[in-house]
Design a protein around this ligand. Structure first.
Ligand SMILES: Cc1cc2nc3c(=O)[nH]c(=O)nc-3n(C[C@H](O)[C@H](O)[C@H](O)COP(=O)(O)OP(=O)(O)OC[C@H]3O[C@@H](n4cnc5c(N)ncnc54)[C@H](O)[C@@H]3O)c2cc1C
Length: 394
């Protein structure tokens, strides 16, 4: 897809006509290629290879990567709208390019000029697909407790440890991997570094998870056993920056999860709206019963509020403003909206919600992940409150 995204004084914008054309192309792809095969991939937990190739052709693997590296250089706002639209039909498929783009953002923001020139064009074209390898069996929320260690050995680093729950671990090619380069550092974050970890001897895919939802996307362990990589794959070239680099990327990550939540909330609303006008009880469509209208009214409001909060955070991101609070608010609200709307839609579908013949059960299974990934909603509320208190100190 061609794009007229432009970078003005580091602020990304896009011509509204271009954005509309882009969204139309996404709609056509969803209608023709994606919607007909969702159940096949979701029910069978089958990785959607053909759709991945099409996503690469459309430029989605380079959506937020700068045009100088072959990406589309889209603003976060347009990116969020794309993720919302796709997620309103099938959230899981966005996971294939989303964690990839968060990895790319870490390279683009913090990498050396040589790292950017070497990795970003291949990531933008989709020739290489990436992911984010932070979580370990003993450390998810408490990232500073990770145990994987990289030891310098001449021109290389040798890494040992295990990562878990890594999206794209089976089908991806490279990962932004957070490890300790100084396990004794105090404070702990000063001993952490982020590497571009590409698949080669010593890095293998371990157990693949059989999940409740988020099907067709591979979530698995990565095992590093005397895994040796060149020192020039340390992002930015300086040890001790990894915690900051990894959590710096989470702003875009949170906007992304918020956008997925919006999509799920809007999709569940769409299905409930259709079904409630078709299903009749007591001689009229259930949409005519006040009890169902109360649900629909709440669902419409939640979906709208989630959308506006997510666009608010992405606009701040595009302007280069600090937006951890805004991204946290959007992520928290939109993910809860996804869960609540899909649950309410289940109730509106009644017994049929429990049949895999209908799509609504997938929204119910997929939505809960949004409350866990990119920082749990418990942590989001604490981050929001801390930032709020800092801004309103008496
Ligand atoms: C499908 C899926 C895909 C994923 N993909 C990736 C990926 O691509 N890359 C990656 O690195 N990770 C990935 N993850 C991991 C995910 O980021 C973690 O599961 C998440 O960060 C939570 O960590 P945890 O599971 O270890 O929970 P824990 O950290 O053990 O938390 C358990 C509970 O305790 C609460 N809690 C923890 N600490 C505190 C505190 N200080 N105060 C208050 N409450 C607290 C949490 O909110 C939560 O409710 C994925 C997970 C899933 C399920």
């Amino acid at each position: 897809m061609a794009t007229a995204a432009v970078l003005t004084d580091q602020i990304r914008t896009i011509d509204p006509e271009e954005e509309r054309a882009f969204m139309d192309a996404i709609d056509r792809w969803l209608e023709r290629e994606v919607i007909p095969v969702i159940q096949h991939h979701d029910h069978g937990d089958i990785w959607p290879e053909k759709l991945v190739d099409q996503m690469a052709e459309m430029g989605l693997f380079g959506a937020t990567i700068g045009q100088e590296y072959g990406g589309l250089g889209l603003p976060a706002t347009t990116y969020a709208k794309i993720v919302m639209r796709i997620s309103s039909y099938w959230m899981a498929i966005t996971g294939i390019f989303n964690s990839h783009l968060i990895m790319a953002a870490a390279v683009e923001r913090f990498g050396t000029p040589q790292q950017k020139a070497k990795w970003l064009p291949k990531l933008a074209s989709g020739e290489l697909r990436g992911g984010l390898a932070l979580t370990e069996p003993n450390a998810g929320t408490d990232l500073q407790a990770i145990r994987s260690v990289a030891v310098r050995d001449g021109d290389d680093y040798v890494i040992n440890g295990t990562k878990t729950w890594i999206s794209n671990a089976v089908n991806g090619h490279c990962f932004a991997m957070l490890v300790k380069t100084n396990p004794d550092a105090d404070p702990r974050y000063k001993g952490m570094s982020l590497f571009i970890a590409d698949k080669r001897d010593g890095l293998t895919t371990g157990k693949k998870f059989d999940k409740l939802g988020y099907k067709a996307i591979d979530s698995a362990e990565l095992v590093m056993d005397d895994y040796r990589i060149p020192a020039d794959q340390l992002i930015g070239g300086e040890e001790g920056q990894g915690f900051f680099q990894a959590t710096g990327g989470l702003e875009l990550g949170r906007i992304n999860v918020a956008a997925r939540g919006v999509g799920l909330a809007e999709g569940a609303l769409r299905l409930a709206t259709e079904y409630s006008q078709q299903r009749e009880t007591m001689g009229k469509p259930i949409a005519q019963h006040q009890a169902i209208q109360l649900k629909l009214g709440e669902m419409v409001t939640r979906a709208r509020a989630a959308r506006l909060l997510t666009l608010d955070a992405s606009e701040a991101y595009d302007l280069g403003e600090r937006c951890d609070k805004e991204a946290g608010i959007a992520k928290y609200f939109a993910s809860e909206a996804a869960v609540e709307n899909s649950q309410e839609a289940m109730r509106i579908y009644g017994g049929y919600s429990y049949s895999k013949e209908y799509d609504i059960e997938r929204y119910y299974r997929d939505s809960m992940l949004m409350c866990i990934g990119e920082g749990t909603n418990e942590m989001q509320r604490m981050i929001i409150a801390k930032q709020h208190l800092k801004e309103n100190k008496i």
